[in-house]
Design a protein around this ligand. Structure first.
Ligand code: EPZ
Length: 419
């Protein structure tokens, strides 16, 4: 089993080209299934979740190839699609659920099972099922297998989501673009990754309006055709690297970012005491000394502070000059990294959805284990600062979302090795 070894205490200096967004790539890969012909994705990160999506597409009958470093082509010339996604492929990640909407939308049927993904508390799919049923899908569950049918195709309708779920919004967009008639999704999620999915689908011929707002309107079309599309920069990865330098001190330039997607978080780094210069697609960040604690950090749907950035920021707050309070409102169990940070000397008290982080002057390297993707990233952030050697196991979680994180950090002066 692979591990990361980190020797803390090195300041970071240099430039990083931020990878494309995982959480855009995955729904867009499901979108490629809706299209005839070839989709070419530029800036597509090489991640285990992207490879898992390719395996699902291969299983349906499509062909996926990385033809260049981050250029992925997906070709659909399938005559006899296999609409059964096996359990082992479903379990690889949460986003496998998006193939329910995509397969139903394109082929009118699918057989799937419950998706896997990081354990962040209960992650039901009731909103996905509710929306797809409203679009006319007949869905039956037997012994963990979910049978979905829409013999005469899906039909557009009005769907009001009880919660602005990112995945459910994406699933319903995927299901609706080829449905008959018009669909209105009310209380949609507004994340930039949803806009990226819609931008891609529009280039393929879909008629979609309102993405980025709460009401998304879709007019079904008969066919979609593959196109070339560049994946947006990964805002969570960018913030993770900003947390690294806030923690260690030093100066970084982050290229290939979209600062429009990061407004709230950029303000937070200024409150931490970092110097920032931001441009549309570039961030300069300089961190000199001990960071200031942020009083209250509350995770909320976009455009508020994202749950995915909670754990890397918590690692930074462990050495803050005062006390910080976190409130996690999206997932009911997203503090599992806190116990690992405590092993490194952090002072964190978790009470349900609240975590109180009292800043300490030092962290110490020790053996810790990644509990999920972003929790794993928080251990890297902490390890870069800790005295001595930090050994992180279960790094397959980190590989789900960070492309060659050890190479990126080594290039700016960190000591981090994959062993
Ligand atoms: C997406 O997950 C992201 N994943 C997550 O990123 C991110 O943390 C999350 O959105 C919130 O921003 C991808 O885009 C691949 P949700 P998703 O549906 O779609 C509840 C990462 O680290 N809910 O908005 O699963 C659910 O239980 C990952 O990159 C229902 O109750 O998020 C949760 O409490 C982790 N019923 C809340 O909504 C449903 O049917 C938010 O889930 C669906 C969701």
């Amino acid at each position: 089993m692979q591990k990361f070894l980190i020797e803390g205490g090195k300041k970071l200096y240099g430039e990083i080209d931020v990878q494309g967004a995982k959480n855009s790539s995955l729904p867009i890969l499901a979108g490629a299934l809706l299209c005839d012909g070839t989709t070419t994705l530029l800036n597509c990160p090489k991640l285990s979740d992207v490879y898992a999506s390719c395996r699902i597409l291969n299983n349906v009958g499509l062909t996926c190839n990385f033809i260049d470093n981050n250029v992925l082509t997906i070709s659909n010339s399938v005559n006899n699609p296999n609409c059964i996604v096996p359990n082992d492929l479903m379990r690889e990640m949460r986003s496998s659920i998006l193939y329910m909407g995509a397969l139903l939308g394109k082929y009118g049927k699918c057989t799937i099972s419950l998706p896997g993904g990081c354990q962040l508390g209960s992650r039901p799919i009731d909103i996905h099922l509710y929306g797809l049923k409203k679009l006319g899908a007949d869905i039956k569950e037997e012994y963990g297998t979910i049978y979905c049918n829409a013999k005469d195709g899906l039909k557009g309708t009005k769907i009001t989501l009880p919660f602005a779920s990112v995945g459910a919004t994406e699933n319903l967009i995927l299901a609706s673009v080829l449905a008959k008639g018009e669909t209105l999704i009310k209380n949609s999620a507004r994340e930039p990754e949803i806009c990226d999915l819609c931008n891609y689908l529009r280039k393929c011929g879909a008629v979609i309006q309102g993405d980025g707002e709460s009401d998304i309107y879709i007019k079904g079309v008969k066919k979609l055709y593959g196109c070339e599309h560049s994946i947006i920069p990964d805002r969570v990865v960018a913030v993770t690297y900003m947390c690294c330098v806030a923690m260690t001190g030093g100066e970084l330039v982050l290229n290939n970012v979209c600062t429009n997607h990061m407004d709230i978080v950029l303000n937070m780094f200024e409150e931490l005491g970092c110097d920032l210069y931001t441009y549309e697609d570039r961030i300069y960040i300089c961190s000199k000394g001990r960071v200031h604690s942020l009083k209250n950090v509350k995770t909320m749907p976009y455009p508020a502070f994202p749950t995915d950035m909670q754990s890397p920021l918590m690692a930074v707050m462990t050495i803050g000059d005062k006390t910080s309070t976190f409130e996690e409102t999206i997932f009911d169990n997203r503090y599992r990294h806190a116990d690992e940070l405590i092993r490194m000397g952090a002072d964190i008290e978790v009470m349900g959805r609240i975590a109180i982080v009292r800043g300490v002057s030092k962290l110490y390297g020790t053996s810790v284990s990644a509990t999920d993707l972003r929790g794993g990233a928080s251990l890297i952030v902490a390890g870069l600062k800790a005295d001595g050697l930090t050994e992180i196991s279960n790094i397959h979680y980190i590989d789900r979302g960070y492309q060659e994180v050890e190479k990126v950090l080594t290039s700016v002066g960190a000591y981090i090795k994959r062993v």
